[in-house]
Write a protein that binds this ligand. Structure first.
Ligand code: BG6
Ligand code: MG
Length: 221
């Protein structure tokens, strides 16, 4: 029986994945580094510094010191914070609020497993904090996605077994983290990127609690 849902935030609950992309685009263009949406797929789900490293890899001749990198990461975060400044409850993606209500109504737990240090601010701005029993602090998790650690921590803080959890992600690294944690994985987005997920939907409006639970039951037959 499913006892908890563990959600990613960016690109799942709200479209902040697009805002991360815009902030990174600005940094890349300032540095004269090529950057596009395809390359951005590799950055989804991974930490701020790991994302920066992946962007800087594309300018192999340049030499960036540790303090250059700190400054670039901080500037990206300033751009990002500017972009999330206007987020409010209207920025919840279609179907998410109904899904959260249905999950709570069914007596199932909810946790957040986002790599973003800005997650608590965004959850508060969206006005959905009351749905979450657990918000894992990514600063406590040394190995980020695709390692399963953040999902395992969510399950342990909820006091449920990973096998009793459903994880919801929009990123390839995120789906890999869910699967390695031993959870049922829902991928939101392109089936090419998210092929390792157990159930893929094109966008969040397709998510229906009863439908998800039925699929999990059928998978076990
Ligand atoms: C993840 C995003 O949720 O959080 C990544 O998918 C982002 O794109 C990461 O880099 C870290 O976010 P932040 O807000 O701590 O820079
Ligand atoms: Mg995401």
């Amino acid at each position: 029986r499913i006892k908890a849902f563990v959600f990613d935030l960016d690109g799942v609950i709200t479209d902040s994945a697009e805002l991360h992309y815009q902030a990174w685009s600005r940094i890349a263009s300032e540095q004269g580094i090529p950057f596009d949406r395809d390359y951005n797929e590799l950055l989804k789900g991974i930490s701020r510094m790991e994302s920066l490293e992946k962007i800087l890899e594309r300018k192999p001749d340049a030499c960036f010191t540790a303090s250059d990198k700190e400054a670039l990461a901080a500037r990206k975060n300033d751009y990002y914070k500017e972009l999330i400044g206007t987020i409010g409850p209207q920025a919840l993606l279609a179907g998410i609020e109904t899904l959260l209500k249905d999950i709570v109504g069914a007596g199932i737990g909810i946790a957040l497993a986002s790599a973003s240090r800005n997650a608590p601010t965004i959850i508060e701005r969206l006005g959905i904090g009351h749905f979450f029993q657990v918000i894992v602090d990514p600063a406590d998790i040394p190995h980020g996605k695709p390692y399963p650690d953040i999902y395992l921590r969510a399950a342990s803080e909820l006091r449920v077994s990973p096998k009793e959890c459903v994880g919801v992600e929009d990123a390839e690294a995120g789906v890999q983290a869910i699967k390695r944690a031993g959870m049922f994985a829902i991928g939101i987005g392109s089936s090419e990127v998210l092929h390792e997920a157990d159930y893929i939907v094109p966008d969040s409006s397709f998510l229906q609690l009863q439908d998800i639970l039925d699929r999990i039951d059928n998978q076990k037959d």
